[in-house]
Design a protein around this ligand. Structure first.
Ligand SMILES: [Zn+2]
Length: 203
């Protein structure tokens, strides 16, 4: 018989003895109710990979095409996300430019590329270069990915701008909406416990 495994609650440190859960079940702390661990379906990381790959494609579309086109007194302008960051930088709003770049371009890109890399290599039964560091990195930067905050900000500005300009939502705006959903779905489907266990067996 194997010795029991203990899990500490990440919120209140209470120790719990780990038990077998039914598929799709989750264990919560008896003191504070925080999530301890889940029993993800066996194909969870296959699904996470499919969702992450889709999100990668959406990320490219969202960054290549204009977010919005504006027409003011016959003059038409449009901008991509990176173009908007550059304008902020040139307008001396450098802190905002850095924040937008970090939270809407760098973090989502790093998270998606890292997750895809780890899942693709695990699927081939290999340990991808830097897989452990990447998994730690994904955990630590997760709170800094703010595509949804950005999207909300853009939508509020567009509603306000609609009074003074003709606003044409660009392809990238819709891609950002879909990207937000796919990043959330990939993160929800991803089963880190299974990934860690698999990495340990490859070691
Ligand atoms: Zn707790």
């Amino acid at each position: 018989m194997s010795s029991p495994t203990f899990v500490a609650c990440l919120e209140c440190d209470l120790l719990h003895r780990q038990t077998q859960l039914p598929s799709g079940g989750e264990a919560r702390c008896t003191r504070c109710g925080a999530l301890l661990y889940r029993h993800a379906p066996p194909d969870a990381n296959e699904r996470a990979l499919a969702l992450a790959l889709t999100a990668c494609i959406l990320f490219v579309v969202a960054n290549v095409y204009p977010i919005v086109g504006l027409e003011v007194q016959g003059t038409h302008t449009s901008s991509t996300l990176f173009g908007a960051v550059e304008s902020l930088w040139d307008d001396e709003a450098r802190t905002v430019a850095v924040l937008v770049f970090f939270t809407t371009i760098f973090v989502p890109a790093a998270e998606l590329i890292g997750l895809t890399w780890v899942l693709v290599t695990l699927r081939q039964g290999a340990r991808g270069r830097g897989a452990v560091a990447i998994l730690h990195f994904i955990e630590s930067v997760k709170p800094w990915g703010m595509v949804e905050v950005f999207l909300l900000g853009v939508l509020v500005s567009l509603v306000k701008l609609a009074h003074i300009a003709i606003v044409e939502p660009g392809v990238a705006l819709f891609s950002f909406g879909a990207l937000m959903a796919f990043i959330a779905a990939a993160a929800a489907a991803f089963d880190p416990d299974a990934a860690w266990k698999q990495l340990e067996t490859i070691r």
